[in-house]
Every structure is written in structure tokens, then in C-alpha cells.
Ligand binder design. Structure first.
Ligand code: HEC
Ligand code: HEC
Length: 388
């Protein structure tokens, strides 16, 4: 049924019957988000070209129900959920010379995966060890709700919170991750855990490349994130000019994601909200940001902060320290907790209190203020965050 719908949609799109935007485009975007892609050479549909190396066949395999991925491991130390991936890079954010930016743990028939992920480490690597300069670290697939509203926050509102040199001397120096595009234009990054994605189309193209091994308008390597000759010379879908996933289709996925509303809080605790501000949590987890018709409550400033050595993520991205992270949005935290997702970039914190205890660097002051609160105030603050 889904296949038929997509095939019909593909004809409509090819005929120019409509462009991105509107209900039908979002419905197609949703179907594409949930679609299990297949390796080239393709069967009936255009735009097949999974792999040859990949982590999952569908966006929705990692972003199940658009919620955060659970971080549980089985008795062998392997994650039970596909949404936990191993990032690879040197200290400057350049990928491993053989394995690239991410360990791909699946492969098309006839190819071998790069390796397995056991106890959060790369194991059984098929092309020798990682380069000595390569560092690695787990990232957990975040929830994808309310992202469209985050695109609406004006750059100026985000910039107004930035204080890269800590001129106000409060120990907190959030900074924007400026990204320079192919035309040399500087743009404000707001998506991804390192705030390296300027918009949802580009963030989705990164996912097609790293997670599914598919080329797009922006990321043209048809082999995706692999550097060996075997992988490069594999059969690929599309052509150099006609990528494995067409740009208008990526735009529809972005359209679909944009329309997903932010998660609503399940409870409020006015005392907890006041303490959240007075303890300094709100200095980074900004409770309110302006959008087109009012405000939203994502509880993030969308800026990068250095949280210290405890939260060194191993691998990183160009221009961002391994200890720097975009302030995690706290909306939807109740959903993450009830899904037993595990908090922080790698899911290592089992509770809000655990997560706070790991805030060092720019977060150290808020952590100690939290520690000095009387137990009933700590409980109220935690209740507030857990209800978001
Ligand atoms: C193998 C698992 C996996 C697959 C498959 C996957 N993702 Fe993700 N996704 C992740 C992880 C992990 C992150 C966090 C990456 C980071 O920034 O470090 C992420 C982040 C994102 C973000 C950024 C969210 C934010 O809060 O800024 C978007 C948007 C996204 N993915 C969309 C997609 C789309 C669209 C697809 C399909 C084309 C997809 N993902 C496929 C694991 C996956
Ligand atoms: C200096 C900025 C800053 C301050 C102050 C701060 N945080 Fe954070 N917080 C962050 C960043 C950045 C992350 C993401 C870290 C990571 O993923 O490893 C984060 C992550 C979290 C998470 C995990 C969210 C998730 O979805 O995984 C929770 C919960 C949290 N903070 C609560 C708090 C509370 C409560 C306070 C006050 C006691 C606080 N934070 C103060 C920057 C800050």
C-alpha cells in the first residue's frame, strides 16, 4: 500500500503537479521518512541507493515514533536500539581515513559492515584498526518534535544570548556554531547535537549520507560515508547529477518534520520553575524563545556550551570542541524518561539528577547551586524538569 502510494506520488512529483509545501507533500515526506530503502540496482522506484554501508534502512528505524532512542544494552553489551551510533573523528573533527565519520554496522548483500558496536566501542573492524588520531564516541538519536518551531527562532534572538568571551563574567559563554556554506556564506547552525545543521533539509541530507549511505544534492558521494575502493566501486543508484535521493523529496521530509508540533509538558510546578531560573539552569536552557506568532518553550538557547571533561564526546565536528554541546532542549523530557531513553548525548544519565551531576565546565556553577538547595527545593526543580 505504502509502495503504491509512493509510486503514485513519484509520478505526480515528476509531472510537476505540485511542489514542496502543503498536506500532500507532508504525507509523502512522512512515507519517505518511514520507507525502508533498498540497495542499488533498484527495483521499480527511482531514488534507491541504500549503502553499500549503512546503519539503518529507514529514518524511522532510529527515530522510532519520533522519540528519543532507548539506550539499553543486551547481555553482550550491544545496544538493543539502532538509534545509538558511534561517531569517529580526530580532535579537529576530520573523519577516520578508512572508516569516515561514523561506524556503519550494516552492509548491502555482498559487502561486509565496517564493524560491530560492543560495549560502546568499535569491534571486529574489517579494514584494520582505527587511525591512532581517531577518537570515538556514542551519540543517541534525539527526539524529532517541534523542530519546525526551532527554525522559526530569529537569528538575532539566538545571538542576543551568546556571550562567547563571557563579558558579563557569569561563567557561561554560549556561542553560535557559524557554518560556512559552499558559497562562502555564514549561517547560524541550530540542528544536531553540535548545532552544525542550519536547516532541516541539510540535516536530513547528512542523515542520508551517514546513516543510509545515500547521496543528495549537498552530499554527492554516492558511497556515503566510506572510503575504501571496494565501497566506492560498488553499484550505486542515481548519477553524479541526479543523486540517490532527489532534492524535492528531501524537502518533503523536512516539510513533514517541520509540521510535527513540540511536545506539550505533562505537568507544571511553579516553584520548580522559579528554582530552575534562580539556580541558573535557565541561563542555558532558555525557557522561552520568540517565534513567528508568539513564543515557544524549548528550554534551550541553541548555543554551544563547554560542559567540561566528563562530557567529552570523543569524536567531534569541525570548529567544535569535543566537550562542547548545543544546550539540549528539555521539552519532551517526560517522554524521554518514560521511554527509558537515557539522557545526555550518549544516553549515559538515567535521571535528571544524574544529568545535572555530569554538568561541568560552564555548567559547574549551576550544578553546585543545585547541590546546595534544600532537599525539598531540589525535588521541586526535578519535578519541573521531569514534567516538561
Ligand atoms: C542510524 C540511526 C539514524 C538514522 C537511520 C537516522 N538518524 Fe537522524 N539522528 C541520529 C542521531 C544519532 C542524531 C544525532 C546526531 C548528532 O548531531 O550527533 C540524529 C539527528 C537528527 C536530526 C537533528 C535533530 C535535532 O534535534 O537537531 C534530524 C533532523 C534527523 N536526525 C533526521 C533524520 C532523517 C530525516 C533521517 C532519514 C533520512 C534520519 N535522521 C536517519 C540517528 C539516526
Ligand atoms: C552552561 C549551560 C548549561 C547550564 C547552566 C545547565 N545546562 Fe543542562 N545541558 C546543557 C548542555 C550543553 C546539555 C547537553 C549535554 C550533553 O548532551 O552531553 C545539557 C543537558 C541537560 C540534560 C539532559 C537532557 C537530555 O535530553 O538528554 C538535563 C536533564 C539538563 N541539562 C538539566 C539541567 C538542569 C536541571 C540545570 C540546572 C541545575 C542545567 N541543566 C544547567 C547546558 C547547560
Amino acid at each position: 500500500m505504502k509502495r503504491l502510494f509512493l509510486a503514485t506520488a513519484a509520478v505526480l512529483i515528476a509531472s510537476g503537479a505540485f511542489a514542496a509545501g502543503g498536506d500532500l507533500s507532508r504525507a509523502i515526506g512522512k512515507a519517505l521518512f518511514e520507507r525502508a530503502w533498498v540497495p542499488a540496482p533498484s527495483s521499480t522506484l527511482a531514488n534507491d541507493g541504500l549503502g553499500p554501508l549503512f546503519n539503518a534502512r529507514a529514518c524511522s528505524a532510529c527515530h522510532v515514533g519520533l522519540d528519543r532512542s532507548p539506550s539499553a544494552k543486551d547481555e553482550k553489551g550491544e545496544f538493543t536500539h539502532q538509534g545509538m551510533v558511534l561517531k569517529l573523528s580526530d580532535a579537529q573533527g576530520a573523519g577516520d581515513p578508512v572508516y569516515g565519520l561514523q561506524l556503519q554496522t550494516s552492509a548491502a548483500p555482498g559487502f561486509v559492515p565496517e564493524g560491530r558496536l560492543v560495549a560502546s566501542l568499535a569491534q571486529d573492524l574489517n579494514a584494520g584498526p582505527l587511525a591512532p588520531s581517531t577518537r570515538s564516541g556514542i551519540r543517541s538519536a534525539p527526539a524529532l518534535r517541534g523542530l519546525g518551531r526551532l527554525t522559526e527562532v530569529p537569528d538575532e534572538a539566538i545571538l542576543a544570548k551568546a556571550d562567547p568571551d563571557d563579558k558579563d563574567g557569569d561563567g557561561i559563554s554560549g556561542r553560535v556554531n557559524w557554518i560556512t556554506d559552499k558559497n562562502g556564506e555564514k549561517r547560524l547552525g541550530r540542528f544536531g547535537l553540535k548545532a552544525s545543521g542550519a536547516n532541516l533539509i541539510e540535516q536530513s541530507e547528512v542523515a542520508f549520507s551517514l546513516d543510509l549511505g545515500m547521496s543528495s544534492k549537498l552530499l554527492t558521494a554516492r558511497e556515503g560515508d566510506c572510503l575504501t575502493d571496494i565501497c566506492r566501486n560498488a553499484p550505486h543508484g542515481g548519477t553524479v547529477d541526479d543523486p540517490e535521493i532527489r532534492h524535492d523529496l528531501v524537502a518533503m521530509i523536512a516539510d513533514y518534520l517541520s509540521a510535527v508540533p513540540p511536545p506539550a509538558p505533562v505537568s507544571t510546578d511553579p516553584k520548580g520553575a522559579r528554582l530552575f531560573a534562580s539556580t541558573g539552569c535557565a541561563s542555558c536552557h532558555t525557557p522561552s524563545l520568540p517565534v513567528m506568532n508568539g513564543t515557544i518553550a524549548p528550554h534551550t538557547d541553541l548555543l554551544l556550551h563547554d560542559l567540561g571533561a566528563e562530557l567529552d564526546g570523543g569524536a567531534t565536528e569541525p570548529g567544535v570542541a569535543a566537550t562542547e554541546w548545543r544546550t539540549a532542549p528539555l521539552w519532551g523530557l517526560s517522554r524521554a524518561l518514560s521511554a527509558k531513553a537515557g539522557l545526555l548525548h550518549d544516553g549515559r544519565a538515567a535521571s535528571v539528577a544524574d544529568a545535572v551531576a555530569l554538568h561541568g565546565g560552564e555548567g559547574a556553577q549551576a550544578r553546585s547551586r543545585f547541590g546546595e538547595l534544600p532537599p525539598e527545593d531540589q525535588a521541586a526543580l526535578l519535578r519541573y524538569v521531569e514534567g516538561l
